[in-house]
Structure formats: C-alpha cells, structure tokens
Design a protein around this ligand. Structure first.
Ligand code: 13P
Ligand code: SF4
Length: 303
C-alpha cells in the first residue's frame, strides 16, 4: 500500500477506535504522519497518564508501552512491533535489583524509566533523562541508589556533588558508540557548532557538551537558539526531525553509529495492523503494576 493511503487508513481507524498514537522521537520519521504526539519519555508518560483515548498505540520500545499500561490499566496499550525492546532495560532484572538493594540497605532507589515494570516496582521513585537531577534532589537524602544507567547516574553525580550516588552498571549500547575523539574532530571541522549531548553518553563525551539534555530538551534548545550549526550526540531520529523542522539550520549527527535498532522496528504497516487486530497488547501483573505506579506517579507529580 502506498504511504499516503496507509496514513489515511491509520488516521481514519484511529478516530473510529478512539485511539491515540504516541511516538518517541527515535522512531522512523514517517511515523510522525500518524502520531498525535512525538517526544521524549517524560512527555510521553505525562500524556499517557491523562489521555481520554481508549487505546494507546505506543510507537516506541517495550518499557515505554509498559509505562503507559501501568499509568492507564483500563486502556488497551499496543506495541505495534513486538521486537521493540531496550538493551539497557534488559540489563537489570528482579533478582539483580533486589541484590543491588540488599547490598545497600536503607538507601532509596531511583529508577530510570528505561527499566521493566518489575524493576520499577522495587524503586522509590522513577526518573527520565529530562529530570534525573530534580528527582534525586527531591528525595532530600545524602545517599541514593540509581539504576540501571550508570552514565546518567554519573551525570547526576556531577551535578549533585553533595549527594553520594551509587549507580548500577547498566548502559545504553547505542549512546556508548560515540567516542570523545569523534566530537573533538567534528569541533575542528565545524568551529562555531554547538555540541548537544544526551546524558546516556559516556562522561568524557558529556564533558565536551555545550548542552546536555533529553531528546525533547535537545530539540527545544535547537528551536530556541539562533546558532547555525549543531552537532547532535543522540540517536539519529532526533537529527532526522531537526533537519525536517528547521531546514535553515545545519544538524550533524555526531557519529553514523548512533542508530538504535530497537527503535526502528515499528513501521506504518505495523501500526495499521495493531489498530486492526489489537496487536501486540501489553499487560502488567496487577501487584507489580500498583507498586510501579507509585514510583512513576511520584515522578510525574514533581513540579
Ligand atoms: P529520552 O528520555 O530522551 O526520551 O531518552 C529515552 C531513551 O531511550 C534514550 O536512549
Ligand atoms: Fe534503549 Fe539505548 Fe535504544 Fe534508548 S537508545 S531505547 S536506552 S537501547
């Protein structure tokens, strides 16, 4: 089916079924033709918590759809392509999170939303890359556990020197592919460029940044500043959208290796099928959901 026909069909079906399509900005850009909202994990969770739609089609990865289901248990949440996982979320399971806590008794655990429902159920509060510092600070503690991303943990530690942050050794393989040398070389080639970095990158890359932020924060920085050239150290989907939305500016992906294959599975065909056949429905066991919900809600309610 031609793309325009496919897009029309999805948009019609979406209305008929009272569905909303939420898309992360690492998705293939054609998904934006049918998405009601495109953004970062924080914005997507906020929307999932307040939508009136009966069905949420989540064009993202599994933990994002699972977060939507935790927030909206009475809605049908669909992940169009079930291969859409996250390597970082897979680095910590229930047993491992329990061991991490047991080694540090009495210390509160902050959990990056890039984790499974079982892991979220074990933590005190969730965070995203957009609010990790505020979330940790909000606890008012001297010592905090952080899982699973040790690089987001290091970034928070740098910004909160008075708090001891003990990080679990998880990481994002996509963001770790960018090495500092590549950025240094680019900065020589594009002298006036601003360097924008996602906090999942290695600390040595973060050190070279003019701005560090979540995907939406990076996009907002590009929109609200008047520079000509930006070097972007996060997943390629962000650069694809920036080039489309701001053709008068120049955006350079810091490394051609910055592609998250997990995020590229969902296609328009998959979205049509998900709406036609309710595939693939995400479920969360109720006791786990209740526990995970309080840590996500605690984050969402933070000012
Ligand atoms: P954001 O918090 O910027 O949406 O990032 C999510 C993610 O998976 C980054 O790898
Ligand atoms: Fe997971 Fe990394 Fe892909 Fe984000 S970019 S979804 S953290 S593997």
């Amino acid at each position: 089916m031609a793309n325009t026909e496919l897009i029309e069909k999805i948009n019609k079906l979406k209305k008929e079924r009272n569905a909303i399509i939420l898309a992360h900005c690492y998705q293939n850009p054609e998904i934006d033709f049918v998405a009601d909202y495109v953004g970062d994990s924080l914005g997507l969770s906020r929307l999932a918590s307040k939508t009136d739609a009966e069905i949420i089609v989540f064009a993202g990865v599994y933990f994002m759809a699972e977060t939507a289901k935790i927030l909206s248990p009475n809605k049908t949440v669909l992940l169009p392509n079930k291969n859409s996982g996250c390597n970082m979320a897979d680095m910590i399971n229930l047993k491992q999170v329990k061991e991490f806590k047991e080694k540090n008794p009495g210390v509160p655990l902050v959990c990056y939303v890039n984790s499974t429902a079982e892991v979220k159920a074990q933590c005190d509060i969730c965070c995203t890359s957009a609010n990790a510092i505020e979330v940790i600070k909000s606890l008012g503690e001297k010592k905090v556990l952080f899982a699973p991303d040790c690089y987001l943990g290091s970034f928070a530690q740098k910004n909160l020197p008075d708090i001891e942050i003990i990080s679990y050794p998880g990481y994002c393989p996509t963001h770790l592919r960018i090495i500092p040398d590549e950025i240094v070389k680019m900065k020589i080639m594009y002298k006036d460029a601003k360097i924008l970095v996602h906090p999942e990158c290695h600390q040595e890359v973060v050190k070279l940044a003019d701005f560090v932020g979540s995907t939406t924060q990076i996009m907002q920085y590009c929109e609200s500043t008047k520079h000509k050239t930006y070097i972007i150290a996060t997943e390629k989907g962000v650069v694809d959208r920036l080039k489309r939305d701001f053709p008068e500016k120049e955006f350079i992906l810091a490394s051609s290796k910055l592609v998250c294959h997990n995020m590229k599975w969902n296609t328009l065909d998959d979205i049509l099928n998900s709406l036609l056949h309710n595939q693939h429905e995400v479920t969360v066991e109720e006791e786990t959901r209740q526990k995970a919900l309080s840590s996500i809600q605690r984050m969402i309610e933070l000012k």
